[in-house]
Write a protein that binds this ligand. Structure first.
Ligand code: SF4
Length: 228
C-alpha cells in the first residue's frame, strides 16, 4: 500500500509537535562561522557528524579561514582529516574551494546557490545546508533521513531527492521552513529510523500516513480530529 499525501492540517500538527519537542534545533556539526560550516558539511559526505567534529575540533583552532587552510596545503590538511572517509578527494576539494574563496570572495562564503554550487566539492545538498543554516534561507537539503521521512509519512512523496526537496519547500508552512530541515533530520535519525521506526513512541504517529505504522507500535486508538 502506498502512503497518501498528508493534508495541510496534518502537516501543521506534524511540525507544531516537532517544534515543541525541539524548540531550537541545531545541526550536530560543530561550527562558529559560515566558513567553518561549509567545510564541515563538505567533509561530512558519507561520514558521520561525530567523525567530522573530531577532526574539525583539532583543525579549526589551527586554521578556520580560507587563507589559513590554503596555507596548510593538501598534505597538511590531510593530517587533520585522515580519519574521515574519502579524505584524499575531500582534501583536494577543500583546498581548491579555499583558493577560490580567497581569490574571488575575499575569503568569505558566497550567499547564492549558483556561486556555492560552482565551488569544487559543493553539490546541491551542501549548498542547501549552508544557505539554510548559515544564512537563514528557506532551502531544504534532502539527505537520506529526510528522503525517508518525507516519503514514509506522506509529508513529501517523491521518486528522487529533487522531487522530495521541491515538494517539501512547497508544502511546509512558512513559520516552520527555516528549522524544518533540522527537525526532519533529527526525527529521522532518532525516531523514524530506517529499519525499525519507533512508531510506538513517535509524537506524530496520529498524523503520519505510513500504512505500516501500526505494525511498528503506533497506537490505533489515537484519533486527531479535523485533519482534512
Ligand atoms: S509513526 Fe512511525 S513511520 Fe510515522 S513518523 Fe512516526 S516513526 Fe515515522
Amino acid at each position: 500500500m502506498s502512503t497518501k499525501n498528508m493534508t495541510k492540517k496534518q502537516i501543521q500538527i506534524f511540525f507544531e509537535r516537532l517544534r515543541e519537542q525541539r524548540p531550537n534545533p541545531q545541526t550536530e556539526l560543530n561550527y562558529t562561522s559560515p566558513f567553518e560550516l561549509l567545510i564541515a558539511v563538505m567533509l561530512s559526505a558519507q561520514a558521520t557528524d561525530v567523525s567530522v567534529n573530531k577532526a574539525t575540533d583539532k583543525l579549526y583552532p589551527i586554521a578556520n579561514t580560507a587563507q589559513s587552510i590554503l596555507n596548510l596545503g593538501v598534505d597538511g590538511l590531510k593530517e587533520y582529516i585522515k580519519t574521515i572517509g574519502l579524505y584524499n578527494s575531500k582534501a583536494e576539494n577543500v583546498i581548491k574551494t579555499c583558493r577560490i574563496l580567497v581569490e574571488q570572495y575575499q575569503g568569505q562564503v558566497p550567499e547564492t546557490r549558483k556561486e556555492l554550487e560552482a565551488l569544487p566539492g559543493v553539490g546541491r545538498k551542501t549548498a542547501n545546508v549552508v544557505l539554510n543554516t548559515a544564512f537563514g534561507q528557506p532551502t531544504m537539503a534532502v539527505d537520506t533521513h529526510i528522503f525517508r521521512v518525507g516519503n514514509r509519512t506522506g509529508l513529501a512523496v517523491g521518486k528522487n531527492v529533487l522531487e522530495v526537496e521541491h515538494r517539501l519547500v512547497k508544502v511546509i508552512p512558512k513559520e516552520f521552513i527555516i528549522d524544518s530541515h533540522h527537525w526532519l533530520i533529527l526525527h529521522g535519525r532518532y525516531c523514524c529510523i530506517a529499519r525499525k521506526p519507533k512508531c510506538g513512541e513517535c509524537i506524530v504517529s496520529d498524523v503520519c500516513n505510513w500504512p505500516d505504522r501500526f505494525e511498528f507500535g503506533a497506537a490505533k486508538m489515537i484519533k486527531t480530529k479535523n485533519l482534512s
